[in-house]
Design a protein around this ligand. Structure first.
Ligand SMILES: O=C(O)CCC(=O)C(=O)O
Length: 275
């Protein structure tokens, strides 16, 4: 499957951000941008992504044989390196520019992408912080989360603890039953407002690396098809010390050949936008 030149052109057009949208992102640690892709764009991108996910997925166990993390979604990472058509979507300037403007940085690089397909009957995504997994020495990281189908709450709507990013690191807790129970208590204790983000296909949320988030299970029978792209500010380094195995694994996977303390730069991290 190939993407047409017209889709490519449309994905490099700009999505203007009002100052209050940027302010809301910085205050809450997340924001929803309606129609970041229009329906024609979603249709084309969706067929390309569904094809790539079907080809690259290696999870064949029935849901009941998986642990909590495994039940949450089919997770297929860095599709852009395996599929030229997906590459056009993941490297699109429209999204990267939004990421740079929300973070208030000059330029952004790709960390990696991931398809997060929550199957019908799939489990909840426990509360977690993404940046616990990442070896990056910065707070300037952001994930774009775009559903390719409409996502009501009961299909696994992304859910944020607003303002939680301001606390930064909250604990060395992997996505698990433990992260769900401990962070659930913390969210209540701290009184963070909880936002279940209902979305239409082509809308997108952006959330900071330290924002606590989770999602309910998919109570429906069809898959919640979501594509995510993770960005970080150009010029950051790998942390001087990696304090957990996940960060070590991420360094190996997403920064091949790069060592701790060095600039976060490898062949897998193209510059996607520069002001
Ligand atoms: O899609 C989900 O259920 C969770 C998404 C997530 O954790 C993320 O994109 O960082």
């Amino acid at each position: 499957m190939t993407m047409t030149a017209s889709i490519l052109d449309r994905l490099s057009t700009e999505y203007p951000l009002q100052p209050e949208v940027i302010a809301s992102f910085r205050e809450n640690g997340h924001v929803m941008l309606p129609e970041l892709c229009n329906l024609a764009e979603v249709d084309e991108v969706r067929s390309v992504l569904n094809g790539a996910v079907a080809r690259l997925n290696t999870e064949v166990r029935p849901l009941e044989e998986r642990d909590t993390y495994g039940k949450a979604f089919l997770q297929i990472m860095n599709l852009w390196v395996n599929d030229k058509a997906v590459q056009k979507f993941v490297l699109a300037k429209r999204f990267a520019k939004v990421a740079a403007e929300l973070m208030g940085v000059e330029a952004v690089r790709l960390y990696h992408d991931q398809a997060l397909y929550k199957e019908g009957g799939g489990g909840h995504t426990p509360w977690h912080q993404d940046q616990y997994y990442w070896p990056l020495d910065t707070v300037n990281t952001v994930t774009m989360w775009m559903p390719l189908v409409d996502v009501p709450i009961e299909m696994g709507a992304l859910t944020f603890a607003s303002g939680s990013h301001k606390s930064g690191f909250m604990g060395s807790i992997e996505i698990s039953d433990r992260s769900q129970s401990e962070y659930d208590m913390l969210v209540k204790e701290k009184g963070y407002p909880v936002r279940n983000q209902v979305m239409k296909a082509g809308d997108a949320t952006f959330h900071s690396g330290w924002t606590l988030h989770c999602a309910p299970g998919n109570a429906g029978t069809t898959t919640r098809e979501v594509m995510t792209i993770i960005y970080y500010a150009d010029g950051v380094n790998i942390l001087p010390v990696l304090d957990n195995k996940n960060r070590e694994n991420d360094l190996d996977s997403w920064f091949p050949g790069v060592k701790i303390g060095e600039p976060a730069l490898s062949r897998l991290n193209p510059l996607l936008y520069s002001r």
